[in-house]
Design a binder for this molecule. Structure first.
Ligand SMILES: Cc1ncc(COP(=O)(O)O)c(C=O)c1O
Length: 398
């Protein structure tokens, strides 16, 4: 079954994640093969020429494409019911390509202010160096997106739920404004996971992932994915990736490809665990605030009910006493380990103000809602009771 199979579209998502994109070699292997090769040989000089002219189907060079990488791309495209996908070396390479590929000096970008640190760096610091202006808006304020549009606006970029504040943006409403403005809407879907949110169906033009997170889900490899229409993916995205070169290693692509097969099971269990932990935290006296996409108390609960089919695996909470109290809690955790990664089978905890969001001034952090007492918790596959017991003894130190 390949991504282009019409039959694939009719299958349930779980089935597509196991079978779609598979290309068997002449050996008929059960599990997808790892093609650890930089390049390919041709039967003749004529065939080589035809391959370079895109007249002969097949592979040329691993910076452009590779059979294992193509299987990952085909599987992900089929899962998202999208026409095409490209895999990249990291999530940031996917974000950079999706945002920068169509831009020229003199263009303008509108982005939500609550972005992962490196994503905000691209918009706020990197693009202006090349003559591209950017406006950061409160992503939850739909009027702010409309007001930010200029005649030269080419790209809208948002992340929902956001890292680490779990702020949720109405994708459909922003997509309508982007469309009217003739701008491309890029959605970073890392926190929602492809299982719980389908931005393309809500009007986004491109969806990007750090596959490093839930897709690998076991802390092994870095990777990124850009998903969307054939026109965009095989247009400026492909050109940007091919010429600038952030190709994913075939080995990493193979790990991601196999990891997709178990993604629904892992995410369902992690989300179930996250719900138990978030409910417990919300009932505990110590945290001054608990933000979780599965809670009715979430500020954008109404949008979540419309656009997400699950709560994500992340929890943000605040402890009174700022950084000192947060550090006491982190240092007291035994099972839950301190790490800036997320989406892993192992539960991980981090203090965003001094790590992922450290480079921002206190004022910018405050504007983004990242307080000194805020803690981000990524829930894994352990038994929920063990996680709660770990947090209980750690909260006692706060
Ligand atoms: C929301 C979000 N987008 C993008 C990235 C970048 O991904 P990578 O680290 O794979 O480059 C991250 C990484 O933490 C992230 O959390």
């Amino acid at each position: 079954m390949s991504a282009s199979d019409n039959a694939a579209a009719k299958l349930h998502p779980e089935t597509r994640l196991v079978h779609a994109g598979t290309m068997r070699s002449q050996f008929g292997e059960t599990s997808e093969a790892l093609f650890l090769t930089q390049g390919h040989v041709y039967d003749s000089a004529e065939q080589c020429e035809a391959r370079f002219l895109n007249k002969d189907p097949g592979f040329q060079y691993a910076r452009f494409s590779n059979p294992t990488v193509s299987m990952l791309e085909g599987r992900m495209a089929a899962f998202e019911s999208a026409e095409a996908c490209r895999a990249t070396a990291t999530g940031m390479a996917a974000v950079t390509a999706a945002v920068m590929a169509p831009l020229r000096a003199g263009d303008h970008v509108v982005a939500a202010r609550a972005l992962f640190g490196s994503c905000r760096y691209i918009v706020e610091d990197h693009l202006p160096r090349y003559g591209v202006e950017s406006t950061l808006v409160d992503g939850t304020d739909i009027e702010a997106w409309r007001k930010a549009v200029r005649p030269n606006t080419k790209v809208f970029f948002l992340e929902t739920p956001s890292n680490p504040t779990l702020e949720v943006i109405d994708i459909e409403a922003v997509a309508k404004i982007a469309k009217a403005a003739g701008a491309r809407l890029v959605v970073d879907n890392v926190f929602a996971t492809p299982l719980f949110q389908r931005p393309l169906e809500l009007g986004a033009d491109l969806v990007v992932y750090s596959a490093t997170k839930h897709i690998d889900g076991q802390g092994r490899c870095l990777g990124g994915l850009v998903v969307g229409s054939k026109e965009l993916i095989e247009g400026d995205i492909q050109t940007f990736l091919r010429q600038t070169g952030p190709a994913i290693s075939p080995f990493n692509a193979w790990v991601m490809l196999k990891a997709l097969e178990t993604l629904p099971l892992r995410i369902a269990k992690q989300a179930e665990n996250a719900t138990k932990v978030a409910d417990w935290l919300a009932a505990h006296a110590k945290p001054s605030k608990v933000i979780f996409c599965g809670h009715k108390s979430h500020p954008q609960a109404e949008i979540i009910a419309r656009q997400m089919s699950g709560p994500s695996t992340l929890i943000a909470f605040e402890v009174p006493g700022g950084k000192d109290a947060a550090y006491r809690l982190l240092n007291a955790c035994r099972l839950i380990r301190i790490s800036n990664n997320l989406g892993d089978a192992k539960s991980l905890i981090v203090h965003p103000a001094t790590t992922t969001h450290q480079r921002f001034t206190p004022e910018v952090r405050a504007d983004m809602g990242v307080t000194d007492g805020m803690i981000r918790l990524s829930i894994g596959l352990e038994h929920a009771e063990d996680l709660i017991a770990d947090l209980e003894q750690a909260l006692a130190r706060v």
